[in-house]
Every structure is written in structure tokens, then in C-alpha cells.
Design a protein around this ligand. Sequence first.
Ligand code: ZN
Length: 191
Amino acid sequence: MTIRKIATIGHPVLRQRSREITREELASEATQRFIDDLIETMRDASGAGLAAPQVYEPIRIVAVEVKKNARYPYKPDIPLTVLVNPVIEALTDETFDNYEGCLSVPNLRGVVARATEVRLRAWDRHGNDVDTVVRGLSAGTFQHECDHLDGAVFLDRVKDTHTLSTWTDFERFHMAAFVERARALVERYGS
Ligand code: ZN
């Protein structure tokens, strides 16, 4: 396994629509190795998720995993999930204000409205169908990663630029209030 370089904002690979991959491609050794690298890179960078274009591969694959995450200590755990060609659909108009960060947008966080409940349809890394509903704070993580596949980053969805903050100032000025809101959400949805 190889830890890959992460593309940062300004690189065109983050701004294009990534392409679907075929079952044959998915089954190939190269793609399976790539998925291992994607997971390894996500873990190495303490990301809650990582999308293939963030490591310069414009294909529709994302990995998500939260396990007592150091970057996001308030996030509930999410078991390792690899989604191939995911289709995400909001199941409600209800949103919550999520304070997001991104490995491709160094040292910046901002508030983004995310649906509290989404349906995800995809393949797993072995080509098996995935059809699942994710709620609460975890729903935001999946929306963030799927956005990357369409060339969007969280900054595009920040409505109030006054919420933008460095990581240090997030901890100093915004984290306490956000964690309180996040806890209420996690309590309500269990995720
Ligand atoms: Zn991101």
C-alpha cells in the first residue's frame, strides 16, 4: 500500500466531474490496489473520508471511516465504507449546520447546511449493491465526500463566509458551541 499525495484547492482535478467506473475496472487489481491506497491515505491524514479525485484519480470512489478521529473528536464512529459510483439523495428538506473541513482545503473550516437524512446507493469495493440510509452528523460526512465526485468542495456551499475559520481559531472560538449542537444531533439520530 502507498500513501498518496493529496490534491489541494486550486488543482483542476478537484473541479471536474469524476467518471463512473465499470464492474470490470472495479474488479481489476489496479483498482483494488487503488482502493487500498485511498483507505491508507485517508487514515494517514486522519481524514473522516477521502474521495478518489483528492488523490488525483478522477473516478467515482469514496472512502469514509471515523474511528475516534483526532481531527473531528465529536464525530460518532462510522465503520469503514467504500462506495463506488454512489448516488446520494436527500430524504428530507431538514438540514443542520455542519462545521466542515477538508484535507484538500488546508487549515480552513466553515459552516455548510447538510441534509439530516440521505439515501446512498452504490457498489461496495467488490461490486455488491449498497442501499442504505445515513442520518445525523454522519449524513454530512457522506454528502461532503460525494460532492468531491462532482467537482465541488465544501467552500462552494458555505453561505456565510463569516463562519470561515482556521483550525486553531475554530477550536478557540467556535468548537464549543458547535460540539453542543452536534451532540444534540447525534443524540437524536444515534449517528
Ligand atoms: Zn473534502
